[in-house]
Write a new protein. Structure first.
Length: 109
């Protein structure tokens, strides 16, 4: 009974419905995270717990490890691109960066 009351309270609190986009639902659930248990939050807006945890732990706000790594790669790629006066394509940039990384004992994927 208490769980159903919590689901109703969640649905009254959020600014979206169960038919909203996943991004909207996750944003609303994030605001309520900590006030209600995750099972109830996800059940109320019909979001899988795995998706919710991925959003919270591996968030899309730019501070995840893969975002930092991607930014590092972007800078490295940009350096090569600018060094060759912006005429190289992706394959040649890849070959140059791979050669440089192996000569510096780095792994570049």
């Amino acid at each position: 009974m208490e769980k159903l009351e919590n689901v109703i309270a969640i649905l009254k609190t959020v600014d979206c419905t169960t038919h909203a986009s996943l991004k909207e639902k996750l944003t609303e659930l994030e605001l309520l995270h900590g006030q209600y248990d995750v099972h109830t939050l996800c059940e109320a807006l019909e979001v899988s717990r795995g998706t919710f945890y991925n959003h919270i732990l591996r968030n899309k706000r730019g501070n995840a490890w893969f975002e930092k790594r991607r930014e590092e790669y972007r800078i490295l790629i940009r350096e090569v691109f600018d060094e060759y006066r912006q005429v190289l394509g992706a394959e040649k940039i890849w070959m140059i960066r791979t050669a440089r990384a192996s000569s510096q004992h780095q792994v570049w994927r």
